[in-house]
Design a protein around this ligand. Structure first.
Ligand code: DX5
Ligand code: ZN
Length: 216
């Protein structure tokens, strides 16, 4: 099965966002990855509802929303109203993760949980069966264009073992520093959804980069 490709709009050209959205609509990409940062959980602020609303109007593919915000429960239903198909929260921001995952599902979105690079896969032992997607961060969240952390391969393998052991079937997404040089090894290590920002939008032909990533 080819991987699902989710270009991260964080690396798009915000002055020509409509053009980049059209490119993704026409490309072989599967989802739009939207990185929401609050300047508290991560040392950066990205964009919020007014822009998401506009993206949703133009996007013809599901919106995959990655929440890097504290207390995400406050905003789940609003993200859903604004068109999120998948909502991922960080394990590190959710003291009552089962409740948060339930709320996401109640909203009608698919529920994902993200792990920072230092957070072990074993933290998911008692929740993996309840989530639709696990997002392995392969950089410390906050910025596009960072260097891929090699330890992420080992985490992917551990995650696959946990999935087997628990007989769970969440999608396995990798986010951070993903490009054409590491994508096939990531797929070989168990990833089936790839987020990529810089490698797509800063390439000379973004649609072709997406096509190549999809067809490795
Ligand atoms: C980082 C974000 C990523 C990032 C990916 O906090 O979650 O989605 O924008 O961008 P690249 O592929 O450039 O690392
Ligand atoms: Zn992301």
């Amino acid at each position: 099965m080819p991987p699902l490709i989710a270009p991260s709009l964080l690396s798009a050209d915000f002055l020509n966002l409509g053009k980049d959205i059209d490119m993704i609509n026409r490309s072989e990409a599967d989802w739009f990855h939207l990185d929401i940062m609050d300047g508290v959980f991560v040392p950066n602020i990205s964009f919020g509802f007014p822009l998401i609303e506009k993206i949703a109007e133009k996007a013809q593919k599901p919106l995959d929303v990655h929440l890097m915000i504290i207390d995400p429960d406050r905003y789940i239903h609003r993200f859903r109203e604004y068109g999120a198909a998948i909502i991922s929260v960080h394990y590190e921001t959710c003291p009552h993760l089962h409740r948060t995952i339930d709320e996401i599902k109640k909203s009608g979105a698919k529920a994902g949980v993200a792990l920072n690079p230092h957070s072990p896969v074993s933290l998911l032992t008692h929740i993996i069966k309840d989530v639709d997607l696990v997002l392995i961060m392969s950089v410390n969240p906050g910025f596009g264009g960072q260097k891929f952390i090699e330890e992420s391969y080992a985490k992917l393998q551990e995650l696959c073992e946990l999935r087997e052991k628990k007989n769970a079937r969440p999608l396995v997404q990798v986010d951070g520093g993903v490009d054409l040089s590491n994508a096939s090894k990531l797929i070989g290590s168990g990833a089936n959804a790839l987020v990529s920002g810089n490698a797509i939008f800063h390439s000379s032909d973004p649609a072709e980069t997406i096509r190549r990533m999809k067809n490795l």
